[in-house]
Design a protein around this ligand. Structure first.
Ligand code: SAH
Length: 369
């Protein structure tokens, strides 16, 4: 077990102060770092500097924080050691998509994908090692959840993408929580990450440029709505009725459409943001014209947008993607009901970096040179 998780749990038992004191610097907010600095007799602004140098400058150790006196740098190494994730392997596709396999100090690995777009680059980050949702068409669920990622580990993925962009004269404009894992099955760390990534001393991401994709964990959707952050909520729908959705996504048994769709509407009303419904088209399963009509009818009245995803092949799963002309026909049917509906352009398929193809490539991956 990762030492940081062990100490976080012990901290929780002892109470908030201890918990805060023992939290990994990479998962800490600037004010938490400031409080620790004050505890060591340093001025509190050193905490903001600490945050800034961890994220804006991406330092690997305290010795690189050149604005600090040598004595402080040395003291910090003993007071609050931290260890970054490392790029274990990297692959680039012809379309410019980059896929990294990042390794954490405990040896666990997840994938992160960089997607270049003319209108602003995006990074797709993972939120758990493995996934317990068990969606029948997805590669990530082939490995059950091993553990949650910490907020710091999620922010590390943003840093790797941010630094890659800077080195290549590009700008990272969007973050999608659409990699391995179910973000709302890791609510506490995802909520903390949402705070961290927004801080101006670090990456300063606007919530409008963040999309969180969920299989539909209803109570957590409401918790997210309560925060009121204007991020894009994407809900993986994939079926217009409960019978089919439960077959494709076992989570639907716990949170059927009669609960999920009203939660989506509540989110839209609370945040003023349209919800995106993702719908991966599987030939002969969920792509019939009647299913497009049923979908449009069910979504009526919810401020939303439908994003059709041509299914990306996963060899272990028995599905086939819907052919392009049938995808367009499905789109037109949905649009006929006045619902905005687009077809996602898939990138990175050749390096298995497309939607639903991410998995822990622990054994297969070659270390990067
Ligand atoms: N757990 C979250 C986020 C990860 S998946 C969720 O379920 O939303 C991101 C999106 O890709 C989801 O809509 C998911 O259903 C979809 N997806 C999974 N496997 C896919 C595949 N093989 N082809 C296309 N989309 C897929």
């Amino acid at each position: 077990m990762d030492e940081r998780h062990g100490s976080a749990r012990r901290g929780a038992v002892k109470g908030d102060r201890t918990n805060l004191a023992e939290r990994d610097p990479l998962s800490s907010l600037p004010e938490e770092l400031a409080a620790r600095m004050v505890g060591w007799g340093e001025p509190s602004w050193r905490g903001r500097q600490w945050f800034e140098w961890l994220w804006r400058h991406g330092v690997d150790d305290y010795d690189a924080i050149t604005v600090w006196p040598k004595s402080l740098r040395q003291a910090m190494a003993a007071r609050a050691p931290f260890q970054r994730g490392r790029v274990f392997a990297a692959q680039m596709a012809r379309d410019g998509t980059v896929k990294w396999l990042l390794e954490w100090p405990d040896g666990e690995r997840v994938e992160t994908v960089y997607l270049p777009h003319p209108w602003g680059d995006a990074v797709c980050i993972s939120t758990q090692v493995g996934c317990n949702m068990g969606c029948r068409f997805c590669a990530s669920g082939l490995v059950r959840r091993v553990r949650n990622l910490t907020a710091g580990e999620m922010l590390e993925q943003v840093r790797v993408a941010w630094e890659w962009a800077a080195r290549h004269g590009r700008r990272l404009g969007r973050i999608d929580l659409m990699g391995i894992g179910e973000p709302l099955d890791n609510w506490a760390e995802v909520e903390r990450w949402l705070e961290l990534v927004h801080r101006p001393e670090g990456f300063g991401f606007s919530y409008r440029h963040i999309t969180l994709s969920t299989a539909g964990v209803v109570p957590a959707i409401d918790r997210l709505a309560e925060r009121g952050w204007p991020l894009t909520l994407a809900i993986s729908l994939h079926a217009p009725d409960d019978a089919l959705r439960t077959r494709l996504m076992p989570l639907n048994r716990a949170y059927p459409l009669a609960e999920l769709l009203p939660a989506a509407a509540r989110f839209a009303h609370r945040t003023g943001r349209r919800v995106t419904f993702e719908y991966a088209l599987l030939a002969g399963v969920n792509d019939a014209p009647e299913q497009a009509v049923a979908l449009a009818q069910r979504l009526r009245g919810i401020p939303c947008h439908v994003n059709l995803i041509p299914w990306n092949p996963v060899p272990e799963h028995p599905f086939r993607p819907t052919p392009p002309e049938r995808v367009r026909a499905f789109q037109e049917r949905v649009q006929a009901y006045g619902i905005s509906c687009t077809i996602r352009k898939e990138m990175g398929q050749a390096i298995e970096a497309a939607c639903g193809q991410l998995r822990r490539r622990a054994k297969e991956a070659q270390p990067s040179p």
